[in-house]
Design a protein around this ligand. Structure first.
Ligand code: SAM
Length: 233
């Protein structure tokens, strides 16, 4: 018997999450809200954190990584605005929760993760939930995934020092890239849209905090970009 059988109904927990964390903060896209009402977030967190699955914060998922705060998933998905015909690329599979939300909204999801153990765990959960429109790739997502490009939407769920050029190249015309860009410990949620002429328009949507995007077109290592206290040798 699970935590939710004992204590409360997980559907009620999701309804509250949508109402008080998403709608109350201005997320309005009904397709996004419905997807977040539907996907069982508690199946994507470690068993010892299930009681916290619908709380208003990110949670550790192992390997030093996190499942993002529900509001951040909602906001990024609303900015991406996936349509039922879209092929979407996600960089940073992590727990697989964001991939599930995307799989509810788009035709096809390609998700890349650099940590093989996380990718495998996410695949098991997503397959057990019956998702058949997700392709799992283990590798460096800063290089995108050329074999299935172009993408109608690209979402990066780790913090980048700059927008990786391969992702701009693999965006379809009319496509949209959502990515946290900035310092190691704080980023700006950034949207880059490619118009029909191939011109890119960038807009900013507030501050956020993500674990680092590590790769050829990202941070170079786990410690790259960390601040060194002045005067300490
Ligand atoms: N979207 C995830 C979810 O729903 O649980 C949360 C992702 S977590 C905040 C960021 C993930 O990005 C980590 O799992 C990390 O290993 C991964 N990551 C970092 N750099 C990467 C890269 N270059 N390519 C692919 N994945 C990367």
């Amino acid at each position: 018997m699970s935590f939710f059988d004992h204590h409360y109904n997980d559907q009620t927990a999701r309804e509250r999450m949508v109402r008080y964390q998403l709608e109350a903060r201005g997320i309005t896209n009904p397709r996004v809200l419905d997807a977040m009402r539907k996907v069982p977030r508690h199946l994507f967190v470690p068993p010892e954190r299930v009681y916290d699955a619908y709380s208003d914060h990110a949670l550790p998922i192992g390997e030093g990584q996190t499942i993002s705060q529900p509001y951040m998933v909602g906001l990024m998905t609303e900015l991406l605005d996936p349509a039922p015909s879209h092929r979407v690329l996600e960089i940073g599979t992590g727990s697989g929760y964001q991939a599930a939300i995307l799989a509810e909204l788009a035709n096809e999801v390609v998700t890349i993760e650099r940590e093989e153990t996380l990718s495998q765990r996410a695949r098991e959960v997503l397959e057990s939930l019956g998702y058949r429109n997700i392709t799992f790739v283990v590798g460096d997502g800063t290089e995108g995934y050329p074999p299935l490009a172009p993408y109608d939407g690209i979402i990066v769920t780790a913090g980048a020092p700059f927008i990786p050029q391969p992702l701009i190249e693999q965006l379809a015309s009319g496509g949209r890239l959502v990515i946290p860009v900035g310092h190691r410990y704080e980023q700006v949620l950034t949207v880059a849209e490619k118009d029909e002429q191939g011109n890119v328009h960038v807009s900013e949507h507030g501050y956020c905090v993500f674990v680092p995007l590590i790769g050829k077109y990202g941070w170079q290592s786990e410690t790259d970009g960390e601040w060194e206290p002045e005067g300490v040798v």
